[in-house]
Design a protein around this ligand. Structure first.
Ligand code: SAM
Length: 345
């Protein structure tokens, strides 16, 4: 049985150079249904060739391409290729759908004007080439930029929605009002309401985002419990009256002093016993890889610091500011929860 191993720099360079062909292989395997057959595996070349009406020798080479990406375990018990069996690594179907499927996050990212920097990175690194404000501005400036950015954010919310749902029993009992700070178009807040019948959720965001949240509210299963509060979190204190606040993919947008200021504002706004939730792509090599597009694109956007920080940064910050009961709840992305000390009124 062959097993997947980490790539050497030399091997990775060949895969990178042939990246568009690799994407072609994975897209084909996903769209014809091969990945659905391979993931439960093991399945023999003969079975696959019969089921998908493909020629065994051609399929053997195609599967070598998939294996070279580290996506398959293979067992070749004899010289007869038909008896070779394959199994895809767990999670491959979902990963392929997320990257190259019809509603893939990477396809959405690809619509941003990254070509402005392509081939001009050296000039960009020297500050001679940047993303123009009309192309992309952080925070978004025009209504059009705002809408396309918030929609992109909603496309990538899957792991956050799952983690919040997984821990709903821990988070929401006894809580009445939740404020999602910098809560995009309200997609997460709308999902949370499905798991928390006694909760009312508001999205706090720049006023220009109001129409997008209103659209989400109208389409939500709980329109009467979803609201919007317009504001600028740097220009004013965070609203009070909420017993749970969240920063989801907000703090990494800002330099450390600003991120700290936002967490302090959350502390001030919460009542004793109030809950603060922080969720984002806490820095690991894997998440840095998934974030590759933005790391590249934002080279040309100085107003976005794009600081993926380790989870320990946030747990330490929360403790310094005075939060207690700080926990890291597991999930696709971990969820950091912390409490403002004191008893609820
Ligand atoms: C990276 S997005 C994350 C959106 C959402 N939480 C998610 O994960 O999909 C950052 C959010 O912060 C909001 N934001 C940026 N600057 C803000 C400010 N000064 N006051 C309030 N919200 C702000 C943006 O409009 C956007 O919704």
């Amino acid at each position: 049985m062959t097993t997947t191993t980490a790539f050497s720099p030399r091997a990775l360079m060949s895969l990178l150079f042939n990246g568009s062909k690799a994407v072609d292989v994975v897209t084909t395997a996903l769209s014809v249904g091969l990945l659905d057959a391979l993931e439960p595996g093991p399945v023999s070349l003969r079975e696959l060739a019969d089921r998908f009406e493909m020629q065994p020798l051609r399929l053997y080479k195609f599967l070598d391409c998939l294996e070279s990406l580290g996506f398959l375990d293979r067992d070749e018990p004899s010289d007869d290729i038909n008896q070779t069996t394959y199994r895809a690594v767990p999670g491959l179907c979902a990963a392929a759908a997320a990257a190259v499927g019809p509603a893939a996050i990477e396809r959405d990212r690809d619509t941003y004007p990254w070509q402005r920097l392509h081939g001009r990175l050296a000039e960009s690194l020297r500050g001679e080439v940047s993303m123009a404000d009309d192309d992309f501005c952080w925070p978004p400036k025009t209504d059009e930029q705002m809408e396309s950015f918030e929609r992109s954010m909603s496309v990538g919310l899957g792991p956050v929605i799952e983690t919040f749902a997984q821990h709903a029993d821990r988070l929401w009992p006894g809580r009445r009002r939740f404020l999602d700070v910098g809560g995009g178009a309200g997609t997460l807040a709308a999902h949370v309401l499905g798991d928390a019948p006694d909760l009312r959720a508001d999205v706090y965001n720049l006023p220009a985002v109001a129409p997008l949240v209103e659209e989400t509210r109208k389409q939500s299963a709980h329109p009467d419990r979803l609201g919007f509060v317009g504001g600028d979190f740097f220009a004013e204190p965070l609203p009070t009256g909420y017993d749970a606040l969240a920063f989801v993919r907000v703090l990494h947008d800002w330099p450390t002093p600003d991120a700290r200021r936002l967490v302090e504002k959350a502390y001030d706004a919460l009542p004793p016993g109030g809950l603060l939730l922080i969720c984002e792509e806490f820095r690991t090599l894997d998440r840095l890889a998934v974030q590759f597009f933005w790391s590249y694109f934002l080279i040309g956007v100085d107003s976005s610091v794009s600081r993926l920080r380790e989870v320990d940064f946030y747990t330490a910050l929360l403790a310094e500011i005075g939060f207690t009961d700080i926990q890291i709840l597991p999930g696709g992305w971990e969820l950091v929860v912390a409490q403002k000390p004191g008893r609820p009124a």
